[in-house]
Design a binder for this molecule. Structure first.
Ligand SMILES: [Zn+2]
Length: 240
């Protein structure tokens, strides 16, 4: 396998239909479309790998690897994404806002967005037992670069502890809320012991990428299967 192999890390948010008052409708991928994405991946030979494999730059990846990630940890992931992942044989990495487990999306409601229920502890554990991995997305979903170093350190470190208690397994992966990070924030993520961290820079990952600043491919409501396939192709081609 080439050192230049590219690995698409897909970013989803919500699997469902946007409710009235949803401000970012593009973040809702319908359950039917999500299943068509998974069918496309399976039928074209993509194999799901763990984000940690990308971060560790392991050399035994399949020829067409893909990583499926979900930010925030909405309850619709349990109801809609999880059964589809199991059916199509893919794992996933869910970055959870640790302070919102069992609650609602308070950071989105604070800017006028529709209320969404978040995953509950039992759902997280059940998904974890069936191959879904969990990472941290901070405690409260702040813009980390706007916090003091002490406050950012607490968001990054405390959320890791909470996720480990919830899941009962090491929490090694992190996603920067809003894709907002800088060298100082990255250093805090390294200090907290994370091995992988995802940004929202749009590209397929390469083995030469900084494991604490991995790019992703943002998948949106309007990405019908043809558009989804084109995005994958374009991202992989750009990496060659
Ligand atoms: Zn987020």
């Amino acid at each position: 396998m080439s050192a230049e192999q590219t690995i698409p890390i897909l970013l989803y948010h919500k699997i469902g239909r946007p409710p009235r008052g949803a401000r970012v409708r593009g973040q809702y991928v319908s359950p039917g479309l999500f299943r068509r994405h998974l069918a496309y991946l399976r039928d074209h030979g993509y194999q799901g790998i763990s984000l940690l494999e990308v971060a560790r730059q392991e050399r035994d990846s399949p020829p067409l690897p893909v990583v499926i990630t979900f930010d925030d940890g909405y309850r619709c992931l349990y109801e809609e994404a999880f059964p589809a992942l199991v059916e199509f044989g893919f794992g996933g990495m869910v970055f959870v806002v640790a302070g919102s487990v069992g609650g609602t999306n308070t950071w989105e409601q604070a800017v006028g967005d529709a209320a969404e229920p978040m995953l509950e502890v039992g759902q997280i554990r059940e998904m974890g037992e069936r191959g879904v991995e969990f990472g941290s997305h901070t405690v409260g979903h702040p813009r980390l670069t706007s916090l003091s170093a002490g406050a950012a350190r607490r968001e990054i470190g405390e959320s890791r502890k909470r996720m480990e208690e919830l899941v009962g397994a090491p929490c090694r992966a992190f996603a920067y809320p809003y894709g907002d990070w800088d060298a100082g924030v990255r250093e805090l993520v390294a200090e907290a012991g994370y091995e992988a961290a995802c940004t929202t820079r749009r590209a397929a990952a390469r083995r030469t990428d900084d494991p604490l600043a991995l790019p992703r491919i943002n998948i949106r409501r309007y990405n019908v299967t043809a558009r989804f396939a084109y995005k994958l192709w374009r991202a992989r081609r750009a990496g060659q």
